[in-house]
Design a protein around this ligand. Structure first.
Ligand code: NI
Ligand code: MN
Length: 223
């Protein structure tokens, strides 16, 4: 499994058997993104919610014949009306795909499409791919059930928003990591806009002070 950070909350996962999954592919309007949409392709596009900085370039990247969108059913209806293939889910539900198991989790956030339609509940996502468990929190404020998620899953990589204003800030994200207890926490959703300026190294230092491990991925970096 290869995980690549595409800036903001966008990640690319390529499985050992060559399946490409994009999460929240917002790249063309993000000057920090390492790649343009025209150079991306995906077998699956996972959307945590409908906001423009998450739906992003999904429609221009997706191939109507092959790409399957995975998201909550209200947003899936919107995507299906545009002519794309969808697999609708809801929070708390899990499904085993050809790449592995995927579950939607709660996220404390809103969701509206760029043209003003209700996008259903915002979500986080837990992916179990090639024996690795990744929890992408989506956009969310801190919530107490993160402790339960940490007890239900052994999270290897936690992708956690730190930018504040729309989501958790650094201090909240440190508390979230304490509850979820992943092997490694990777910050996201910061520095893309003036309202979400945050220093990811400060997040990692504050984690270290708590005996927790954080790692900053630069846009374009893969592991
Ligand atoms: Ni949002
Ligand atoms: Mn956002």
């Amino acid at each position: 499994m290869k995980l690549t950070y595409l800036g903001h909350s966008a990640f690319k996962i390529v499985t050992n058997n060559g399946i490409t999954i994009l999460i929240d592919p917002y790249v063309d309007k993000n000057p920090l993104a390492p790649i343009k949409a025209k150079h991306l392709q995906a077998d699956y596009i996972v959307l945590t919610h409908a906001h423009g900085d998450h739906l992003g370039d999904a429609f221009s990247i997706a191939n109507m014949n092959n790409t399957v969108f995975i998201c909550v059913s209200e947003l899936a209806s919107y995507v299906a009306k545009k002519g794309y293939k969808v697999h609708a889910m809801q929070i708390g539900g899990a499904f085993t795909y050809d790449f592995g198991k995927l579950r939607l989790t709660m996220a404390l956030h809103g969701s509206m499409t760029p043209d003003g339609l209700y996008g259903g509940l915002a979500a986080g996502v837990i992916l179990e791919v090639d024996g690795v468990t990744i929890y992408h929190c989506g956009d969310t404020g801190i919530f107490g059930d993160m402790k339960m998620i940490g007890e239900m899953f052994k999270i290897n990589y936690l992708l956690v928003p730190i930018g504040g204003n729309y989501t958790m800030d650094i201090d909240d994200a440190v508390l979230a990591v304490k509850m979820i207890t992943p092997d490694i926490a990777i910050p996201m959703h910061y520095n893309t806009f003036p309202a979400i300026i945050a220093n990811p190294e400060e997040f990692v230092k504050k984690l270290e002070a708590e005996g927790l491990l954080g790692m900053v991925m630069q846009p374009g970096e893969e592991m």
